[in-house]
Write a protein that binds this ligand. Sequence first.
Ligand SMILES: Cc1ncc(COP(=O)(O)O)c(C=O)c1O
Length: 485
Amino acid sequence: MPRRNVPTPTLVFEKSVPGRTGCNLPKADTPPVDLEAVLGETRADLVLPEISELDTVRHFTNLSQINYGIDTGFYPLGSCTMKYNPRINERTAQIPGFTHLHPMQPVETIQGALQILVGVQDILKEITGFDEICLQPVAGAHGEMTCLMLIKAYHEARGDAKRTVVLIPDSAHGTNPASAARCGYAVRSIPTDAEGVTDLGALEKALDDSVAGLMLTNPSTLGLFEPNIEAVCAMVHRAGGLVFCDGANMNAMVGTTRPGDHGFDCMHLNLHKTFSTPHGGGGPGCGAIGLKAHLAPFLPTPVVRKEGEAYVLDEDRPQSIGRVSPFFGQFLMEVRAYTYLMAYGRERMADISRYSVLNANYVMARLRDVLPPAHDRFCMHECVLTAKRYKQYGVRALDISKRLIDYGFHPPTNYFPLIVPEAMMIEPTETEGKDTLDRFCDAMIAICHEAETDPDLLHAAPISQIVGRLDETAAVKNLDVRWRA
Ligand SMILES: Cc1ncc(COP(=O)(O)O)c(C=O)c1O
């Protein structure tokens, strides 16, 4: 068990020793160039490090080992679907025929690439139950915004200008209201009831002819399947609104059930979650969208489709909302997702949702005595637990999460959804085995015991890392990655 006396690793950046060199270049056989004369001004103050090859290799290898990633350990960050990204995805994304493409090439020279895009679109249509798929958006939030632009274009095309409000449940991800606001909509919040599902009475009251649509996450951010989903969609449609599905949680449904069959008009998917393409720093991702035929006239252009034997870029869409991305979105993400989809195949696709739901329920069952679920029923691909009982010892969910780092695990999501006090949201994904889940649950149980017996240990955590607790807001708002001597 990690204690306070664990030696903290240190990292020395100043490794330069005058006269050392890491390269062994052959004697120059060209005349020397006077850089000052060529470039005008050279920076004498830029002192380059003098360092051997071995020291350089060790420096960067050590740096890479400080980072925590899905390749180094379990990453149960709820709502983020941190599943393993299979290496074969990277192999195909590195095929020179893909990496050497130029987006301005004539369409007849990029037929293979367009075939991949149409292939991804076709499979996603089948998985989601929508009539059209567009791969242009480069993030989940971008997909949300694109869907709202479609909804807006739909109402405008019908001359229905009075719809200025978007309804969003209070459990929604923060990007939902941000996307609605970005599209010029006012947001009306819909409460979640005691069972953790959308409050139908409150929804009924909020529906009037000012409502453009409802943004609904299913399964919700509480990890619960919305049991009244068809009724919800029908209510919104009766009031003249459309229903958008935040499909960031599609991992719970792949191959099992389809949002297009539930009554939704459109949805976004996060290929960088569900379909195993890498996450990172707000991109590069793919927030692909699916939509029903009545929204198809407004699709972003160019629409990539097959015409006879050829793949074409269809720009002839007079009602289109236009481009939402340069060229075709993140093409190599689509190559990775296509590889993943083809590797699974239609027959095994449901394993994704079955095992992700099984794993989340296993973790919930093992932890329920120390961290009870926010809502006591089977969860979908993630479980939301509450650490509120440890407040009496002065311990918060954040302290438990930070201590988990000392046990060698990435923390789960904390304090989201906002409606659960001391929320800890755990999403194991289908790619983890029982042994990993057991080690994680053992660590969580041990930490909860420490919370009662030695709360200061948790307050000091993490004690095993090069840095302790960061000012996370400042790290986001005032990121400064420059190293100074
Ligand atoms: C439920 C939900 N919706 C939307 C998003 C936004 O996706 P992205 O981060 O790709 O913009 C997320 C991201 O975590 C999410 O969890």
